[in-house]
Design a protein. Sequence first.
Length: 86
Amino acid sequence: MEEASKRVPIRNLSDFEKAAQKSINKRIENLLVKIQKSNIDPIGFGLRYRSRHFNDDDWEQWKSLYSNDVFKVKSKVQIEDTGLIE
């Protein structure tokens, strides 16, 4: 919308919000799966898991759980205005 050559009607903003949400959800989900397949955890899901589970083999449990996790991403995009100057 920032590069639009003409004004985008306010009533169409919800369509753009839905499209942006769908795109963001997919991109973030793909990133999380890529990180998971690389067997790394830069976000710290494993540290959070281990801080709440105090078993002798908590690290092994985490590794088996993490490799099988399925990510569901839900974002909310709210466009207030197009930002075009008339």
